[in-house]
Design a protein around this ligand. Sequence first.
Ligand code: CTP
Length: 224
Amino acid sequence: MSPETTLAGVAVLIDAGPTYEDIDPVRFLGNRSSGKMGFAIAAAAVAAGANVTLVAGPVALATPPGVARRVDVRSALEMRAAVLAAVNGADIFIATAAVADWRVAEYSARKIKKGPSGAPVLELIENPDILAEVAAREPRPFVVGFAAETDHVAEHARAKLVRKKLDLLAANHVDERVGISADDNALELIWPGGSETLPRAPKAELARTLVARIAAHYHARAAA
Ligand code: CTP
């Protein structure tokens, strides 16, 4: 492994999976993220020598061997708290989680019952943007975001890179075959000075390529 692609001695914080936003004790709002890409990135970062902390939403995945610490969370607010508690020691933050954009304004401690007044109307409020919050810190780790786009991938992704002040953004094109819960994936890597396509590959292989690119960009910035 060349010095630019190794992460020996580097602390990497990764969030992964969906978040579940509880409505009442039996219901929640969720999404179809499997967490596979984040876990594959954690495994690849371990293989590159990193000290990895993994903050995981509700997923059915075993911790990759060698991950130093795993913190399990359920909601976006829990994920935010776990990320902020770990971010001070991190050199690189990789936000792969599909954080729910909204949560219900008021959790009902009692199960909501059907009744004569008809279907309930849920009021939603926006969740904090964990990635943008980490990127706004000073000092901050090297910040890598993800974006799932269905159209105008490069254009939307570059706008997100600028808006959230990221060092690197990995955008995937979501359709029925490639994307959020699929086993393979393709990525468009975007940074302030350029872009690169990482062609479609199984997630484990793509994760290794991505981690090597993240390491190269991280070391290039550290040397600048
Ligand atoms: N993200 C986050 N916290 C949120 C929402 C998103 O940390 N509350 C992170 C994700 O982990 C991912 C990136 O932000 O790394 C992109 O998320 P996305 O939902 O695509 O971004 P949005 O700004 O919500 O863009 P869009 O307009 O496409 O919804």
